[in-house]
Design a protein around this ligand. Sequence first.
Ligand code: FAD
Length: 472
Amino acid sequence: MEKLREKIIEELIRALGDPSRILTEDFDLFSYSFDASFGVFKPDYVCQPLETAEVVSIIKLAGMYEIPVVARGTSTSLSGGPLPIKGGIVLDFSLWNTKLEIDPENLTAIVSPGVITADINEKADEFGLFYPPDPSSAHVSTIGGNLAENSGGPRGLKYGVTRDYVLGLEVVTAKGKVIRTGGSTVKNVTGFDLTNLIVGSEGTLGIITEAILRLIPKPVATKTAMVSFDDLVDSGRAISKVLRSGIMPSKMEIMDQHSIIAVEEHALLGLPTDVEAILLIELDGHPLALEKEMELVSNACMMVNARHVQVAKDDHEAAQFWRARKLVSPAIAKIKPTKISEDATVPRSKIPEMFQQLKRIREKYNLHLVVFGHAGDGNLHPNIIADARDKDEMRRAEKAVEEIFETAIRLGGTLSGEHGIGNMKSPFMEMELGKDGLHMMRLIKEAWDPQNILNPGKIFPEPGQGFELSHD
Ligand SMILES: Cc1cc2nc3c(=O)[nH]c(=O)nc-3n(C[C@H](O)[C@H](O)[C@H](O)COP(=O)(O)OP(=O)(O)OC[C@H]3O[C@@H](n4cnc5c(N)ncnc54)[C@H](O)[C@@H]3O)c2cc1C
């Protein structure tokens, strides 16, 4: 066994030609054993490729010895995506951030997989252009991870998600072939849409080694309002009311009372802690249009019982409003050490009902359940704050999460609006897709990766697999 390991390490070193980018010591492997979700799974080897040919060599080697290969950006996944749950090779792409080329003539960007998402928009900005997808993790997550998870963010409401900005990909298949999908053109209907198949496939169908992204002109100006509600359900009604008033905000985010109190205790921003919810609404466009549009948005909110609409007087005040939303995650993490972050998503019209159900689930399981998120597109983030050392609390949390998923699906929603399935939500896939729907997905996986070496144990449930938060 040890001999085989030594042989594989030798061959990996030969494939990369650089031993410093192959990590095999126990303490290094441990650093690659977790993500931002649950469970610790150590890989056997970590490789840090810097070019496509290196990925090809590693995949061919993995196929020869039937070793699992798990791609990894910066491991911020909240659903277990980059966890090497069957061991094997982790392909760490975080060093491969060498290409970030903007083509202002064609409004495109070409990027290597390890480029940090926020850097793309920053670079585009130099050309008066805009890369809209903005996961809250944008300053740490990689574009490879975003593509594999089809990540979204607050701007998803108006601008869509990562998938909507991908024109083409370079992908290494499970057999070590390099394919190009899509291209550089905005329109492309040649054959099956493999680009869209790969985006959101969570590293189970192929390894993304390059992407051509679509950019758009940068909006001229923005305007933000903070709207408070005495009743959480009214805030849900306000979302539909605003959207039906003919205005499409660029962001519409919600914080419930528990999030507001947590932020206020964390940072003293002067938020109203006696309201049940705050909506943060951003409009973008021409400054003159924004004045009138904000008036319409304010009226729509007041019609469904908003207590107060505060329009930011300048960019500085707007940034302060958004600071409150950004602080929710760190603020609630201070309450208890274990944060179970979900992203069950419902049709917009069902948001008021989802809020009521979440209230019920919170009481039924006696848990610290906080709700915030991208309310404008129905993508709520119910977060349970618990302590993993408290076994009883974790069991209740598991039950509560199951009930959150069941409720979202019953209301016509989905298991995941943006965090992906990974190994965490795979036990629920059949509930959403049905037996036949899941079977069609399995057929695709089997055709693309017959040896099941690419990120095994993800998306598809293993026989008898249940939902687990604590792996003891
Ligand atoms: C504080 C916080 C806030 C977050 N906010 C958001 C949010 O607003 N919206 C959102 O959508 N998500 C959010 N996330 C989740 C996470 O940041 C995203 O899923 C992100 O896309 C993961 O990127 P990553 O580089 O960390 O990828 P990883 O976590 O390393 O990997 C994610 C998946 O991508 C695969 N993968 C990585 N690189 C490649 C590649 N080159 N080819 C093929 N597969 C690959 C991995 O195998 C894995 O399945 C948040 C996470 C945290 C911790």
